[in-house]
Design a protein around this ligand. Structure first.
Ligand SMILES: Nc1ncnc2c1ncn2[C@@H]1O[C@H](COP(=O)(O)OP(=O)(O)OP(=O)(O)O)[C@@H](O)[C@H]1O
Ligand SMILES: [Mg+2]
Length: 374
């Protein structure tokens, strides 16, 4: 039995994962992929050199379905169990930022098609690419994806990816979509399309109807949010001190420290997020990267806190735009956070969004945004 099959079975056996027939089917497919990848001779190995040809790429997998179905969980399990050093797991959005950086560097050399050397470099770094949360919502990505993936697959890279949409719905209503259609054909032809769309949103189920907005700040609220964090990430509360932190890149070459970051969930204090001169670029970086954000210590703000209130408004706009789930501890309900001062009128929309963000409908929506124009 492969490591993946054994691991999955053990988790179901232990009651950590509920039996789910869609997940089982997806695991079977990923098990087959693990076997193929582990059996395939390394690129450049003696066997291929003797045969005088290049290895065919092993057929990858496109896992798609509604939120909380376990796509990222299964992909991570697959990735962790895969016995090869030549693997890379990255969020799709970060992957594309990296690609655009590399393309820019290649173009500056003025040496023909920049896509080929970039694909070469990616291939040399890893034979298996695991891309979480594929979503196409800008023309720059849409324009490059078909040629990039054609080159990657031709060079023997295997791609495993997750998405909330089937391939045919990627970049739906996007500008110049006809130029994007070859990418959809490529994905449908070259990857196994595996739906993971059972009836249960496990993330929502794990929150078990817990409130997402706690008043007031204090020990009780902190304890509740800690519990939510552990439910969402499976991290043992005993190890609370060891939850990893990370620094994420922000447009403009800056970075932002995230004190706690695990499995797409980030924890911040209000002070860190809105107390210093942070702005839209920071908040968008957070909104793109995390499906859930937990903020503690949101104060009631008077007129003297207008800068904090403005930053908080920009932060909430970014989270809302990307349908990021928000859990928070505050000293007031949303409507009571900032009632008098510059911009208090505009803040009413923030309060209204904060209320909507507590609804089941919002909580069960997918992370990310629709393509431009729809
Ligand atoms: N069969 C299961 N039983 C119990 N919990 C599960 C099961 N499958 C997944 N989960 C848990 O549900 C949560 C959501 O899963 P996951 O993050 O993989 O969803 P997803 O499909 O990637 O969602 P999204 O589209 O929002 O990224 C995780 O905490 C995961 O461990
Ligand atoms: Mg996911």
């Amino acid at each position: 039995m492969t490591a993946l099959a054994a691991r999955y079975e053990a988790l179901v056996e232990a009651g950590e994962l509920r039996p789910d027939s869609d997940q089982k089917r997806a695991v079977d497919r990923l098990v087959r992929l693990s076997e193929q990848l582990e059996a395939a001779p390394r690129r450049g190995s003696v066997i291929w050199r003797a045969l005088g040809k290049k290895p065919e790429a092993v057929r990858g997998v496109y896992l798609w379905g509604g939120v909380g179905r376990g796509k990222s969980m299964l992909m991570d399990l697959f990735f962790a169990c895969l016995d090869t050093p030549s693997k890379r797991r990255i969020h799709f959005h970060e992957f594309m930022l990296d690609i655009h950086d590399r393309l820019r560097a290649e173009r500056a050399k003025e040496k023909g098609d920049p896509v080929l050397p970039v694909a070469d470099a990616i291939r040399d770094e890893a034979r298996l690419l695991a891309l979480d949360e594929m979503v196409v919502n800008n023309t720059a990505d849409a324009a490059i994806l078909s040629r990039l993936f054609t080159a990657l697959l031709a060079k023997g890279v295997t791609v495993v990816t997750t998405s909330n949409r089937p391939p045919a719905d990627l970049y739906k209503h996007g500008q110049n979509r006809e130029l994007f259609l070859p990418f959809i054909d490529l994905i449908e032809e070259r990857l196994a399309i595996v739906p993971l769309n059972g009836p249960t949103d496990y993330r929502l189920e794990r929150l078990g109807g817990m409130p997402t907005w706690y008043v007031p700040n204090g020990e009780e609220a902190t304890a509740k949010l800690r519990e939510a964090f552990f439910r969402l990430t499976d991290y043992s509360p005993d190890d609370a001190e060891h939850v990893p932190s990370e620094d994420i890149a922000v447009a403009g070459g800056r970075s932002l420290h995230v004190p706690k970051s695990l499995k797409g969930v980030a924890v911040f204090s209000f002070k860190r997020l809105c107390g210093d001169a942070r702005g839209a670029a920071d908040y968008l970086a957070i909104a793109r990267k995390y499906h859930t954000v937990i903020i503690v210590g949101i104060p009631r703000m008077g007129p003297e806190k207008r800068n904090e209130a403005t930053r908080f408004k920009v932060l909430i706009d970014a989270l809302y735009e990307y349908k990021v789930k928000l859990l928070a501890a505050a000293d007031a309900e949303p409507a009571g956070l900032y009632q008098a001062g510059d911009g208090a009128f505009e803040f009413e929309r923030t309060a209204s969004r904060l209320i909507e963000m507590q609804s089941d409908e919002y909580l069960s929506a997918g992370h990310g945004v629709e393509a431009n124009g729809g």
